[in-house]
Write a protein that binds this ligand. Structure first.
Ligand SMILES: *[C@@H]1O[C@H](CO)[C@@H](O)[C@H](O)[C@H]1NC(C)=O
Ligand SMILES: *[C@@H]1O[C@H](CO)[C@@H](O)[C@H](O)[C@H]1NC(C)=O
Length: 500
């Protein structure tokens, strides 16, 4: 639940698409002599075993992104075949019955999926590079080389480090346990980060001879610009790299340069703090500096911070059910899905608000439509703020539908539920209800993966997911079979008792 919430959130935020460059147009693939190997289940293993480095594309003939990639992939294969040693590109039609198992053992869940197989297929990594021919060639040339490159001059250092996260190991010699552990971590993380190693710390930006070797220096184009680390245990080093490459405050705007960090932000395990403000707001600078100060103070408290431009945040606003008029606002989401909100925030309130959160003095924020004043249709309207009263505290038998306004199956079901409700109107111990699950938070007791989802809560509080047929009679039979005598009638819901 918490996990899927996380994925939903960042996909809502990051609606950007892969752009394939037009450089394929000047290249005509010769059908007779494709540079891309065609593999299937019969010869996959033997081919992979022959090549220390091979890239495999799993595709499906009907997939549009695969078709766009095809000429680029072909051109890259032809260029890379001249590389010494050759870099081999292959493809597998994952739609073919006999190849399906091959695809599933390689964890293919969408098309196209590209995998880099090294060491006779014993080491498999996801391809995380660009999708145009030149980009593919550049990325794979680097991937086929050593995981960490030796830095021998300061020009090299400047060229390599550039405007990205870059990790350098500084050693007194290129051997020993520290160096081996560093190389192993570089191998493991090479598709996500760039690595280098050197004997001479003076060659590095901000370098000096006083650096105590061995040390790992992580360069980043944000925050303190570089940070040193001297623990060479494999897991600790890996953890350090992951943590240090997330900015203290992740910036979220329309600039795609920031998007990899935004993804990292949502993928990490911390609770997330998001501040949304118009970046053109006259008070932006004072918000920004106060926010950075707070983030710095709390960075060891399992909190991650994001500063978002209202213009880029429409997806997030919809997801949380917020309005632009509430900005500047700050919202905190825990991994269990619990949220806290402060709308119409002032810069001076950031620190106090967070202190109150840490001290446990804030009440969670629940996305809810207003409780309806009149609720006199046969099917009762439930909202997040009335759900517990109606479903759990009314002492009645409740059949509750979670729906989405845009869902076709829900629209078909609506007149059926109306009829069920009318038929059961004389049963004071039965409530037929519905909740718009896109406009209201669904409490953790329910698992709503698709629409419509129906639950039945008996008078005694037994909760069942409804998985029966969808005719009027099916619902009536189910309700009559599962309902229990109404509980103590002194407990009932204020929000609906008048209508019953
Ligand atoms: C693998 O086998 C398929 C036919 O089953 C063939 O079309 C393809 O060329 C073979 N690939 C290699 C590299 O031998
Ligand atoms: C290298 O990593 C292994 C596994 O984490 C660890 O046992 C070993 O102590 C590390 N070596 C050094 C010098 O830190």
């Amino acid at each position: 639940m918490a996990n899927s919430a996380r994925v939903w959130l960042w996909s809502a935020l990051l609606v950007f698409s892969v752009v394939i460059s037009a450089s394929a147009d000047d290249f005509v693939a010769e059908e007779s002599a494709s540079a891309v190997l065609t593999l299937d289940a019969s010869n996959f293993s033997e081919t992979v075993a022959k090549h220390p480095f091979i890239v495999v594309e799993f595709y499906a003939p009907w997939c549009g992104h695969c078709k766009k990639l095809e000429p680029e992939y072909e051109k890259a294969a032809s260029l890379l075949s001249k590389h010494v040693p050759p870099i081999v590109l292959a493809k597998v039609d994952a739609n073919e019955e006999l190849n399906k198992e091959l695809a599933s053992t390689h964890e293919v869940s969408g098309f196209p999926t590209l995998k880099i197989l090294r060491n006779e297929g014993k080491n498999i990594q996801d391809y995380k590079g660009p999708r145009d021919a030149d980009g593919i060639v550049e990325y794979l040339t680097k991937q086929a080389g050593p995981a960490s490159v030796e830095i021998k001059s300061s020009e090299e250092a400047v060229n390599l480090i550039g405007k990205k996260v870059f990790i350098v190991g500084v050693f007194s010699e290129f051997s020993g346990e520290e160096f081996e552990n560093f190389t192993q971590v570089a191998e493991k993380l090479r598709s996500d980060y760039d690595f280098g190693h050197t004997i001479d710390a003076k060659l590095l930006p901000h370098g000096d001879t006083a650096v105590k070797r061995p040390v790992v220096r992580l360069f980043k184009p944000f925050d303190e610009l570089f940070v040193d680390f001297q623990d060479f245990h494999l897991n600790t080093l890996e953890g350090f790299i992951e943590a240090a490459s997330i900015p203290i405050v992740t910036i979220f705007d329309k600039d795609p340069v920031n998007h990899p960090y935004v993804m990292k932000f949502f993928n990490n395990q911390n609770a997330k703090v998001l501040l949304f403000i118009h970046f053109t707001d006259e008070h932006f600078d004072s918000f920004k500096s106060k926010y950075f100060e707070v983030a710095e103070n709390y960075k060891d408290k399992k909190l991650s911070f994001l500063l978002g431009d209202v213009k880029a945040g429409q997806g997030a606003f919809q997801y949380f059910g917020l309005e632009e008029s509430q900005t500047p606002l700050i919202i905190l989401q825990q991994n269990d899905g619990k949220k806290f909100l402060k709308p119409n925030l002032e810069a001076d309130q950031i620190a106090t608000w967070l202190r109150e959160y840490v001290d446990g003095n804030l009440t969670p924020f629940i996305k809810s439509e207003p409780i309806p004043e009149a609720n006199n249709e046969p099917v009762k309207v439930v909202v997040a703020n009335s759900l517990h009263d109606v479903v759990f505290n009314s002492g009645k038998n409740v059949l509750l539908e979670f729906y989405a306004p845009w869902c076709g199956h829900c629209k078909k079901l609506a007149p059926i539920l109306d009829e069920v409700a009318v038929s059961l109107q004389d049963h004071a111990d039965v409530i037929i209800a519905k909740m718009d699950a896109t406009a209201n938070d669904v409490p953790s007791e329910f698992e709503v993966q698709g629409y419509p989802t129906l639950y039945f809560s008996s008078a005694a509080g037994k909760l069942l997911q409804y998985e029966g047929g969808r005719t009027v009679q099916d619902f009536i039979d189910f309700t009559n079979t599962n309902k229990e005598a109404a509980a103590d009638s002194t407990i009932h819901s204020d929000s609906i008792k008048d209508e019953l």
